[in-house]
Design a protein. Sequence first.
Lengths: 423, 204
Amino acid sequence: MEPGCREQLDFARTATIPTRDHALNCADMTKISRPTAKKAQQSQEATNPHSPVVDFGAGKPLHLDSGVSLSPFRIAYQSYGELNADKSNAILVCHALTGDQHVANVHPVTGKPGWWELLIGPGKPIDTDRYFVLCSNVLGGCLGSTGPASINPETGKAYALDLPIITIADMVRAQAMLIEHLGIKQLFAVIGGSMGGMQVLEWASSHSDKVFAAVAIATGARHSSQNIAFHEVGRQAVMADPDWKEGRYLEAGTVPRKGLSVARMAAHITYLSETALHNKFGRNLQDRQKLTFGFDADFQIESYLRHQGTTFVERFDPNSYLYMTRAMDYFDLAAEHGGRLADAFAGSKTRFCIVSFTSDWLFPTGESRTVAHALNAAGASVSFVEIESDRGHDSFLLDEPEMFSTITGFIRSAARARGLLPS
Amino acid sequence: MSVNVHPRVDFAVIASLVEPGSRVLDVGCGDGELLELLQSTKDVDGRGVELSQKGVNESVARGLSVIQGDADSDLKYYPDGGFDYVILSQTLQATRNPKNVLTELLRIGEKAIVSFPNFGHWRVRASLAVNGRMPVTKDLPYSWYDTPNIHFCTINDFVDMTKEVGAVVESAVALNALGERLGFNMPWGFWNLFGQQAVFLLKR
């Protein structure tokens, strides 16, 4: 942490100035179980998070792809482990669409374990005893970084749709400013799945010299037409809810619960596979012996999806969902480089590991293969593994031993090359 | 994709042909054994392509840069002259279009190293002559209907193909059934009869 920047830091809510070891304190502090999470808590996290934050003031605007300069803006993050003396052991985790920075600690709103605790922690494939692991809430998110639920300093009200459109590249630019702020010249690794994987590819493309190793899982270099279609269904569901109030629901005191819930239900189907759904639910009935000849949730799958929808509303901001989905839709790394994906990685010294899953139909293996071929064409060092799993897109969040052994092997070999492990 | 059985006596020969510190692509790298050997003994910058998912996953878990891919269809994604050596060990006979694969190897690599089982070996000839059936030997254990080796050739056949694609044979080694090198000055015909497998170093 640079001493000169401390005045910019505000460990929100506790007003503690972070120190070198704040990461551990912070992880401890967020281990507050909150079983009765409510919507109010979620919106509080947007403006006053249970995470350290860095405020980038007027002198440090963020130049967005839309042409707008965003200033001031804030990034909230979590960290685990210790940064070594030469700051060479930092691993940045990029979270997915509805993820957040609480990657390996108890979530302040839901009280659930961190979303990637299977992968990250002491002695885990990404070992926090060895690496300094960092995860920031993406720009446009709703867990403390500047997003549509943050207060617009010009109006004193939430931005809502007045926030400029955020792209994957914008998220990465903001992360790069955070990394610079922490005095880290090069990340040892950047890792993420799905939208997180898009950020990984963007990092490796636009900030290649700052990324020693990159792990992109269940992702692609662009969002497909089908994926955009599903996102559009979700957005229309949110915006069709009368409680959305043209995006001004925070002032109106409403929550477009039904809209966001339907959006989540539709999206959630795309994260699973037909086999997974069949194995888990089949045509089983929910708490009843026979069909009711009505529109109640007769089937377990209906009940499950409704539950996914309602719990999601408790922890996610509806406008943020619009911004996140749009960011993914706009992502097209090849288009940014004259239509040639290989050019996005020209001259790259980064070591890549690309992982896909056989049953992922949201980001099918073909998308990963395209990235791997482009990296080959660019002469980059690349490993590409397709893992057999019937659990669909969400496999990357689950207990997939082959994924763990792949990541462990890749990280170890990269660490040897970087001098973090004896060769 | 590598289909030969252990021990891989050709690995030591291949390693002896690779200059230290060079860039190497191993096409059909299996579980990464050769790449690992080359990295540890020759300090190469190694990459691999492997058809079987199991082989790829094992290679990557070893810390090697390996991707899942097919020698017949995926070599086109590699740039011209991207590597000092492209290695095809015990894989040529399992490709659909060996001539095209060899051409691609020589496009991608300054040099190509190809090892393959010699179908002209006396045991193979004797097996066919005596039994009148497709040879199934200790080193070529598959039956004709389930073999991945769809394009066997002899040393003489291979030498002919190198001429057809305009490759120059920089050096060649033939190994007998015990994995010993055959005399260097023997004519091709001798190697073709007594070489159980061959390793060729080719250049454009």
